[in-house]
Structures are given as C-alpha cells and as structure tokens.
Write a protein that binds this ligand. Structure first.
Ligand code: UGA
Length: 420
C-alpha cells in the first residue's frame, strides 16, 4: 500500500520503518528539514535499538522522507503521528494535529483512509480532525474515511513492540477502512479489536493511566516497605505472580518520566474535571510521582547533611534505559533540587548527555562513570541502564561511598534504595 506518515518523530519513524519492512511504500512527511535529511541518509535522528538497521534496509527503496505534502494525493492511507504535547494548564495542545489536517486536506484523494495514531482525547477525530479535513479538502464525510489506531510503542523497545504487539486497536465506523487498516498490519500476528473511534481514543488514555497507576501504587507500597525494612521487590514479585495483577510495571523507585504518562494523565484529569468529575485516583498517581524524586534528595541529606558545596554524581539522565530521550525525565527535578541546595553535579549517561545539555548547559558532564564518581561525596542512580548493573569497585573512587538508588539496578553492597 502507499502510505504517508505525517510526523517523523519516535512514533512516526518507527511505524514507517516497520511498515516498510512489512512491504508497504512509505513516505514520511516532517517539517524539520534536518530530520528529513538524516533519515534519507539512512541514519536515525533518534536513538532507538534496531531502527537504524531498518532504515539502512529500506530508505531509498520502500521509505522516503520529505518536507512536502505532495505524496498525499496518491496515498491509500495517511497516518497522523504528530505530537500532542501539554499546554501549561495540562490540557492537550492540538496545534500540530490541526496544521496536519489543513495540509492533508489540500491534496487528499477520494476514498483515502486517514488514521490518527497520535494520542488524542476521545471525540477529537470526529469533532476536530474530520471537520477540518473535510473543510480544507472541500470533500464530504462520505468521500474520506477516518480511523483511530493508537500506538502502544515503548521507547527503547519500540521495534519489538510494533512487530509483536499484545493487540491492535482499530477504531472506525466503516467496513472499508477496517479492511484497509487490517491489510496494513498483514504479517503481524496479534489480536485485533475493532471498535468505534472514540473508544479507540479512550483505550490509549486508559492504558497509559493504568500503567502509571501500577507504578505509583508500587512506589507507595515501596515507600511503606522502606520504613518496615521489607524488600518491596520481593513483595511485588509475589504480588505479580497473581495473573489478575501481572508482573510488569511494578518496579518502584524514582517514578515514571517520559513524554507520555504525565502528559496523558494531566489531559485525562482535566477532561474529567471539565465533565464535573473529581478524578482523585488519577491525581494521586501524578502526586506520588512528583514526590518520588524528592525522596532521592532526602535520602542523600540523611547521609551527607547539608549538600551545599558537595560533589554529587548523577548517573542516568534519560527517562529510561535504551533511549536518549530526556523529556519529563525524573532526573530533571533532582538536578534542579541539587542546584538549589548548592551541590556541584557531575553527570553521566551513555546516551542522553547531548539532550540534557539543552536543559542544564552549565553542569559538569562526564565521559564515563569513573569520571563522574571520582571524589564524589554522594551518588544518585537515576536510570535503569544495563551498564550500571555491573558497577562495584568503581564506587571506590568516591570520597564517601554514599550511593542512593532510584531504580534497583546496581547489585553491589552498601547501596541505599529509596523504596528498599
Ligand atoms: C509508554 C507506554 O508504556 C507505551 O505503551 C505507550 O505507547 C507510550 O507510553 C506512549 O504513550 O507513546 P514509554 O513512555 O516509552 O511508553 O516508556 P515506559 O516503558 O512505559 O516507561 C515510562 C516510565 O516509567 C519510565 O521512566 C520508566 O523508568 C518508568 N517505569 C516503568 C517505572 O518506574 N517502573 C516500572 O515498573 C516500569
């Protein structure tokens, strides 16, 4: 099939590369010329395991990136994969969606299927996307097809998630679109749930809200276990063996970061409040997550006293391992608090230093763990990078061997976990 993808970010690029791998002809449209050039040079503008390999195989043959919307006129399917960031009040910013709709509308062909993959609140496709595209194209709702097909890709394992998903959700109200999208995923073996557009949109929010709830729940239990001197990881192992609960997303520590959970929870909370609901559980999920990074600092102060002038090694800047993404990373509030308290920071991350330099240009970034740890008064482990799991004698170069763990990745003795 001829597929155009609007937005060459994490979701758009991974989706494009994987669909090319399934045999479709893909055009990725992104307004960022640098990103387009890098992609057409068969390199990945982001770090995502396996992505560059797929680009090497398919760019120039089945996949092409461009800043122009010309390809839209021959596309069977158009996937909208643009960002839906938060506004300052927590509500969803639809400006990229709206501008994509106007550009699509100018050249879309009859009977094309327009599929929203971006995370949008229930009602957005029917109340905003559809009218805008119909207005811009001058076509009626019968001449263009619409669907919501949310993505569930996790950064750091997005290719695997795409190729082996737990489920595919297809929200549409017409049979032709259902068939077209099913054809798009031919070669992927997963249960498909056909549903309405608003339900598909709501499934995405509910999934992210539930995963975030599991994490905050585990953090609350972990915070209690810490006082009781009980190993919360053993507790959650026992709890997760119950198939009704499941063992994933029960890791306590510094909490969730990333561009999705906080943003989606905030948007859902606001939507609920506008409907005169008081979503106290969802609000607590966010509140617990906001407090967890502060516990890293409290634990450090309990061991070191006043942090002013102390050298603190911060290991891990990315919001999770296997990515260079620092958006909403829990390391950001930790660095902010350390700076407020007058600490000197030596930071290290295998992938994310360049991105964190945009947020904190003036802290000291190190090329490796040893440089960061040398003469440090304390160390904070912030990201679950595999290479941190091997650390042991490396900590001997510290002035004081005070190590506070936010991810339970380090296995050597003498490490103090915030929840264990
Ligand atoms: C999340 C969802 O997992 C995806 O299904 C969804 O498609 C995506 O958001 C999205 O909406 O686009 P992602 O943000 O990439 O994916 O990363 P996750 O693996 O979910 O991790 C999020 C955060 O939770 C990370 O900071 C991670 O360290 C933390 N986490 C995860 C925990 O603190 N404990 C856990 O047990 C698991």
């Amino acid at each position: 099939m001829e597929v155009s993808i609007i937005g060459g970010g994490y979701a758009g690029l991974v989706t494009g590369a994987c669909l090319a791998n399934l045999g479709h002809r893909i055009i990725i449209i992104d307004k960022n010329t640098e990103k387009v050039q890098i992609t057409n040079n068969k390199q990945s503008p982001i770090y995502e395991p396996g992505l560059e390999n797929l680009l090497q195989q398919h760019v120039g043959i089945k996949l092409h990136a461009t800043t122009e919307f010309d390809s839209i006129s021959s596309s069977d399917i158009i996937l909208i994969c643009v960002g839906t960031p938060s506004k300052s009040d927590g509500s969803i910013d639809l400006s990229y969606i709206k501008s994509a709709c106007l550009s699509i509308g100018s050249t879309v062909k009859n009977n094309c299927c327009i599929v929203i993959k971006s995370t949008v609140l229930p009602g957005t496709t029917e109340k905003i996307v559809r009218p805008l595209i119909c207005m811009a194209s001058g076509k009626s709702e019968k001449e263009i097809n619409f669907a919501a097909n949310p993505e569930f890709l996790q950064e750091g394992r997005a290719i695997e998630d795409f190729m082996y998903p737990d489920r595919i959700i297809i929200g549409t109200n017409n049979l032709y679109t259902r068939k077209q999208i099913t054809k798009l995923y031919r070669g992927i073996y997963a249960p498909i749930l056909y549903t309405s557009i608003p339900i598909a949109e709501m499934i995405k929010y509910t999934s992210n809200a539930f995963l975030a709830t599991k994490i905050s729940f585990s953090n609350e239990i972990g915070n209690i276990c810490k006082h009781l001197n009980i190993n919360t990881y053993e507790v959650m192992k026992g709890v997760g063996l119950d198939q009704r609960i499941g063992s994933q997303f029960l890791n306590s520590g510094v909490g969730f970061g990333g561009s999705c959970f906080k943003k989606d929870l905030s948007a859902l909370i606001l939507l609920a409040q506008r409907s005169k609901e008081d979503p106290i559980l969802l609000q607590s999920v966010l509140d617990i997550n906001t407090c967890q990074p502060h516990r890293m600092i409290t634990s450090l102060e309990n061991k070191l006293g006043n942090l002013s002038g102390k050298r603190i090694a911060v290991l891990g800047l990315a919001f999770k391992n296997k990515t260079d993404d620092i958006r909403d990373s829990q390391t950001i509030p930790v660095i902010n608090e350390l700076l407020q308290k007058g600490a000197c920071i030596s930071a290290y991350d295998p992938m994310a230093i360049k991105n964190m330099q945009q947020v904190f240009p003036d802290i000291n970034y190190c090329h490796n763990v040893i440089d960061a740890l040398t003469n440090a008064d304390g160390c904070l482990i912030m990201t679950e990078w595999e290479e941190f799991s091997q650390l042991n004698t490396e900590f001997n170069v510290m002035k004081n061997k005070v190590i506070i763990e936010g991810r339970k990745i380090v296995s050597c003795k003498g490490v103090d976990g915030i929840c264990w």
